[in-house]
Design a protein around this ligand. Structure first.
Ligand code: SF4
Ligand code: SF4
Length: 68
């Protein structure tokens, strides 16, 4: 199973990773707010991740790490 982690406080909430995930398991947190004042991206179902790294590749700020 792949593991996806985020540098949460660097996320600008652009949502590109959410759109890029083929498994639809990324979302902007409805309740969390990071240090920049944005709703950060998070993974909603870690077990469903296939480790494709589309999210990490598309993130303009390179804050997503995918470990396989
Ligand atoms: S690695 Fe692929 S399946 Fe996993 S969260 Fe990122 S885009 Fe989605
Ligand atoms: S693409 Fe990067 S900056 Fe944009 S919401 Fe996803 S993790 Fe945050």
């Amino acid at each position: 199973m792949a593991k996806v982690t985020f540098k949460v406080d660097y996320c600008k909430g652009c949502g590109l990773c959410v759109s890029a995930c083929p498994k639809n398991i990324l979302a902007l947190s409805p309740e969390k707010i990071n240090k920049k004042g944005h709703h950060p991206a998070e993974i909603t179902d870690q077990e469903a991740c296939i480790g494709c790294a589309s999210c990490a590749i598309i993130c303009p700020d390179c804050i997503i790490k995918v470990e396989r």
